[in-house]
Design a protein around this ligand. Structure first.
Ligand code: 5GP
Length: 202
């Protein structure tokens, strides 16, 4: 895989779909690098600056937009979220696969800028399961949970724009499926142009 470019892997899914846990498992693999987003949302208990997000004020976020430092950004349930540009470019050029855990509007912007990115959507086995997971997590008020559930249903309309749809019946299964998808994508002929050039030169 050495001299091939890394792949941008976008992972989306409703709050409570388990995508955060899945991403945490995935990034134990050194082939992957996790993009850290900027957000105006307040940190949850246990969340750390620069590890979970770059937390900032609305003014600071707008300044990043003005300076064109974000690949994409979106408003989600009253907060802004965006992906810093420089990290992605640096990592894919070094051959790492960069994982972006972002919502649908941002995912579609990424696909426009990087058509070779792969978009994976994760859904829970049912909406009831989703609600139970959000309640169990206990990090949001019931008002925010309702808002996020409404948003989850809206997001489903965009799933057809994604390349892959996975059902989170078990974290291990989904992690294996994502590893398999990324591995297979690396074999695609149009991602292996440097290999073709090398053979031609020989
Ligand atoms: P949370 O507040 O639960 O951490 O994230 C809310 C939603 O924002 C999730 O769907 C998450 O994937 C998404 N999100 C996180 N970072 C970004 C980002 O940089 N850009 C976009 N468009 N969405 C993001």
């Amino acid at each position: 895989m050495n001299n091939t470019k890394g792949i941008i892997v976008v992972i989306s899914g409703p709050s409570g779909s388990g995508k955060g846990t899945i991403v945490n498992e995935l990034i134990k693999n050194e082939q992957y690098a996790l993009s850290i987003s900027a957000t105006t949302r307040k940190p949850r208990i246990g969340e750390k600056e620069g590890i979970h997000y770059f937390f900032m004020s609305k003014e600071e976020f707008l300044e990043m937009i003005n300076k064109e430092e974000l690949v994409e950004w979106a408003e989600f349930c009253d907060n802004y979220y965006g992906t810093p540009k420089s990290y992605i470019e640096d990592k894919i050029n070094k051959g790492k696969d960069v994982i972006l855990e972002i919502e649908v509007q941002g995912a579609l912007q990424v696909k426009k800028i990087y058509p070779e990115a792969i978009l994976i959507f994760i859904i829970p086995p049912s909406l009831t399961e989703l609600k139970n997971r959000l309640l169990k997590r206990g990090t949001e008020t019931s008002e925010i949970i309702e808002k996020r559930l409404m948003r989850a249903v809206e997001e489903l309309d965009f799933v057809k724009e994604y390349d892959y749809l996975l059902v989170n019946d078990s974290i291990d299964n989904v992690v294996n499926e994502i590893n398999m998808i990324i591995k297979t994508e690396h074999f695609k002929a149009n991602r292996r142009t440097s290999l073709i050039e090398k053979i031609k030169k020989e």
